[in-house]
Design a protein around this ligand. Structure first.
Ligand code: ASP
Ligand code: MG
Length: 414
């Protein structure tokens, strides 16, 4: 009898009726002969509400107290679901992170799980009880409550599945799977039955917000099959699996768009060893993660350096860039929030030339200018004006024929 881990997100537990519907679904899975651990998010909107309360109390709220505050959302939904299960005759018990012992590091609001003790969950399962775990939260070595970052319940679920060596981690959400692109932008977007962890990681980091990135990393590391599916229907969703098992051997599997990126340019940076380090060290020290970096060819001993950051970090990035520009004798700083990063992703790029060229041609045909480019083994990204982002998504989706069901030739032959 296999263990199944099911995660229900905020909208899935959004109302009393929905929690009751989740309880029914859990009961059915259990009746089918599975041992079941359920991981729940806070009720939709609750985490934002709690953050708002904390911010109303203090402009600079202590991270430790904010974690105590926001972790309460998941505590509430784990208790409510356990009650709903008991009501329909299913033995269930809620467990908070300190009761399971989901041990994390001490970085509040973005803690990482270090270990999970499976003992208590196994005792419940062996007694025929459904374990209902509060997602998103952890506990550090000193017993402080921590949280795993927004969307962290996905990571709790996959980590729990890894700790229990579960057959599958089912992520129930408000979409019914992973699509070739955002169906709200492109009507021919198609649900993919399977996708590799690698592709999913790229898509997640590019702004397709189905799973928290960390959960995909953990799934890949521990080989946990992740099934992304809808809590509102019974249809199969998308399996996130090992590369060998991702059957669709297509060159490009998805188009992603991230409108949140912003661009910073430092002009006239003196071109000598150490100049670039002197820019990016203070950014790293300020916890600003940098995505693309472009350094121009040097003219007359100076060069322009452009990089992108998350839009939320733009103000801080501009401040740091202005400081380093002054300190290093550079010419000044330009910032630009009106950009979007558009990307095509696919494992098949490893063995197929010409994907980048085709992407550039498709954008050019629409008169969309490319402002910067970056590539990885399985991804090509271009910065474009934000106002063209939806057009670009549609054009690339069509150009790479992602709306069509691919043939299933062996890798390399598609
Ligand atoms: N409740 C948390 C959030 O809204 C964690 C989660 O839902 O995954 O980010
Ligand atoms: Mg989520």
């Amino acid at each position: 009898m296999g263990i199944v881990v099911q995660k229900y997100g905020g909208t899935s537990v959004g109302t009393i009726e929905r929690i009751q519907a989740v309880a029914k679904r859990v009961a059915e899975t259990r009746a089918a002969g599975h041992q079941l651990v359920v991981v729940v998010s806070a009720i939709a909107g609750e985490t934002n509400r709690l953050i708002g309360l904390g911010q109303a109390m203090s402009k600079t709220p202590a991270d430790r107290e904010m974690d105590v505050l926001v972790a309460s959302g998941e505590q509430v939904s784990s208790a409510l679901l356990s009650l709903a299960l008991n009501e329909i005759g299913v033995p269930a018990a809620s467990l908070l992170a300190h009761q399971v012992r989901i041990l994390t590091d001490t970085k509040h609001a973005r803690a990482r799980i270090q270990s999970i003790d499976a003992t208590r969950m196994r005792e419940l399962l062996d007694a025929g009880t459904v374990a209902v775990i509060a997602g998103f939260q952890g506990v550090d070595k000193d017993g402080n409550i921590t949280t795993l970052g927004r969307g962290g319940t996905d990571t709790t679920a996959v980590a729990v599945a890894a700790a229990l060596n579960a057959d599958v981690c089912e992520i129930f959400t408000d979409v019914d799977g992973v699509y070739t692109t955002d169906p709200n932008v492109c009507s021919s977007a198609r649900k993919v039955p399977r996708i590799s962890y690698e592709e999913m990681l790229e898509l997640a980091s590019l702004g397709a917000k189905v799973l928290q990135i960390r959960s995909v990393e953990l799934g890949m590391k521990f080989g946990v099959p992740i099934h992304v599916r809808s809590s509102f229907s019974a249809v199969e969703g998308t399996m996130v699996v090992k590369e060998e098992e991702a059957l669709e051997s297509v060159v490009v599997s998805g188009v992603a768009c991230n409108k949140r990126e912003a661009k910073v340019t430092i002009q006239g940076v003196p071109d000598h060893p150490g100049a670039v380090a002197a820019i990016f060290e203070p950014l790293a020290d300020s916890n600003i993660s940098v995505d693309m970096i472009i350094q121009n060819v040097s003219k007359e001993g100076t060069t322009d350096i452009t990089f992108t950051v998350n839009g939320e970090d733009l103000v801080a990035a501009e401040r740091v860039a202005t400081e380093v520009s002054k300190a290093g004798g550079a010419g000044g700083v330009l910032v630009d929030d009106g950009i979007a990063k558009i990307s095509v992703v696919g494992l098949g790029m490893r063995s197929h030339a010409g994907v980048a060229a085709k992407m550039f041609r498709l954008l050019a045909a629409e008169g969309i200018n490319i402002e910067a480019i970056s590539t990885s083994e399985i991804k090509v990204s271009c910065l474009i004006r934000e106002r063209y982002s939806e057009l670009a998504v549609r054009v690339l989706h069509e150009g790479f024929e992602l709306g069509k069901k691919p043939s299933t030739l062996p890798p390399g032959l598609a």
